[in-house]
Ligand binder design. Structure first.
Ligand code: FE
Length: 276
């Protein structure tokens, strides 16, 4: 049985053009292979107020965006374009290099509304860092969800309550969004070889006698399964992935293995050869 090893609190920081995100206070390496977890909002914007992240590069890892409310629009140097609304997932594998913009949708920009979502950075192992960029978009209607005994889940990646995600990931990832009613229980098997963590963003849950509250990230011990008890209504993400066991060299939007590779990324970006 997996237990809570460590609880990381969150703080609020400004990201992109200045929008608020709630982020665990452990920049750089959360728990392999996860580098960063940003909860965007929830924030209410008036007409013309919404802010995004204008054109910027990424290399060496994946960005996974999952929207709960609001509308984003995405465009990148590989020619991908997409709108992201509630329940939609965008799985972008930057690989050797991608330059993209992540902005509020033009309609959302005009009318305002509530924006809420997640962006998670997942590291790539050395052998995949310079792969061709890959873009997967899973609209809400193709995203498997189910409800059983007061527990609702969406399987963004991996498996839960007998449902399987169609996302193809370079390393094995479990990414589950769950909502639990008062006095419900969720059991999930997680392969022993994977690291696992839970981020709570509504209510609180109990994992083997340890309470994890709203805005806390719980890093879990090794084990074969998690049992989550909820005495109130709660909402959270379960994330799991392998220990990559490789050195991390990171600067801003580049995550490589060595300093030389970071310098190369800057060089390529400045010389316009980044996405070649
Ligand atoms: Fe980005």
């Amino acid at each position: 049985m997996r237990t809570v090893n460590h609880i990381i609190p969150t703080h609020t920081v400004l990201e992109g053009g200045g929008f608020k995100v709630r982020r665990p206070v452990a920049m750089g390496r959360l728990m392999s292979p996860f580098l960063l977890l940003d909860e965007m909002g929830p924030a209410d914007y008036g007409p013309g107020e919404a802010i995004g992240a204008p054109w910027h590069p990424h290399r060496g890892f994946e960005t996974v965006t999952y929207m709960l409310a609001g509308q984003m629009q995405h465009e990148d140097s590989a020619g991908n374009k997409g709108d992201l609304g509630p329940g939609d997932v965008q799985w972008m594998t930057a690989g050797r290099g991608i330059i993209h913009s992540e902005e509020p949708h033009i309609d959302f920009q005009e009318n305002g509304g509530r924006m809420h979502g997640f962006q998670i950075w997942i590291n790539l192992p050395a052998k995949h860092k310079m792969m061709e960029p890959r873009y997967q978009e899973i609209p809400a209607e193709n995203s498997p969800t189910t409800e059983k005994d007061g527990v609702w889940v969406r399987v963004v990646a991996g498996e839960c309550l007998g449902l399987q995600s169609s996302i193809d990931t370079k390393v094995r990832i479990e990414y589950i969004h769950a909502k639990m009613d008062v006095n419900s229980t969720l059991e999930k098997e997680i392969d022993e070889s994977l690291n696992a963590m839970i981020y709570v963003f509504g209510g609180e849950i109990i994992v083997q006698n340890k309470t994890v509250k709203d805005g806390e990230l719980a890093l879990l011990s090794e084990g074969e399964r998690i049992v989550i008890q909820s005495n109130v209504s709660s909402e959270f993400l379960i994330l799991a992935g392998p220990e990559l066991n490789e050195p991390i060299a990171r600067h801003g939007p580049f995550v490589m293995n060595t300093r030389e590779e970071i310098q190369q990324a800057f060089f390529d970006y400045q010389n316009g050869t980044f996405t070649n």
